[in-house]
Design a protein around this ligand. Structure first.
Ligand SMILES: [Zn+2]
Ligand SMILES: [Zn+2]
Length: 219
């Protein structure tokens, strides 16, 4: 036989020396793109493997699952995609551990919207992405406002105190500045319903089962 096959072993953690950070499976990392004018790639580390080289050194590679940016997806970036949005893809790769430039956090959608401040290393993911079909999981998402768009966390929305539906200020003829100053907001249909209630308050009409349509349709 020629030479012995290099022996790969799975390791629990690895310290990337040039950034002095220890990575473990499950961590999200930024990886250096081959084209330095591009944004860093984002990946989730699935597995870390070490192999002893012939020269006595050890090479470490990571099995990664790529996150795609909306513009890298087949459907492209859409209006409701947030600037820090990523899709967890089914695209797996091996990369040298030394191409890791840093660690980052990919939040779920709810915890991302609750962040007090969004740092450079904060991202969010609400969809899994099939890189061969361009399909998403889930393929349906709640929509809001008169424009019936999924929520883009970068865009200001105001919530109606009556029906709890969310609206973009521009969709209800309001500037974002005006919307920020609001103490409490009732949408057009809720404020007209209030008027009706006042007018009919002397009549017992039993409107209780007539719920306001929240327009939270799915598509
Ligand atoms: Zn809208
Ligand atoms: Zn309302």
């Amino acid at each position: 036989m020629a030479k012995a096959k290099s022996c790969r072993r799975t390791i629990d953690s690895y310290t990337v020396k040039h950034i002095s950070k220890t990575i473990r499976p499950g961590d999200c990392v930024l990886m250096r793109p081959s084209d330095s004018s591009k944004l860093s790639y984002v990946a989730r580390v699935e597995k870390i493997e070490a192999a002893d080289g012939r020269g006595g050194g050890t090479s470490v590679r990571v099995r990664v699952r790529w996150y795609y940016r909306p513009e890298e997806s087949i459907g492209g970036r859409r209006q409701f995609h947030g600037s820090k949005e990523l899709f967890l893809s089914d695209h797996l790769d091996y990369q040298s551990a030394d191409t890791i430039e840093g660690k980052c956090t990919v939040h779920n959608f709810i915890s991302y919207t609750k962040l007090d401040a969004v740092g450079n290393e904060d991202f969010f993911c609400r969809f899994e992405y099939n890189s061969s079909t361009g399909g998403f999981n889930p393929d349906r998402v709640a929509v809001y406002c008169k424009c019936e768009m999924p929520y883009n966390p970068d865009e200001l929305m105001v919530q109606c105190e009556g029906c709890t539906e969310w609206f973009h200020p521009t969709c209800i003829e309001m500037t974002p500045e005006e919307a920020k100053k609001l103490d409490c907001f009732y949408c057009l249909s809720c404020s007209s319903e209030d008027q009706n209630k006042l007018q009919n308050s002397h009549v017992s009409t039993g409107h209780s089962d007539e719920k306001v349509d929240t327009k939270r349709r799915r598509r």
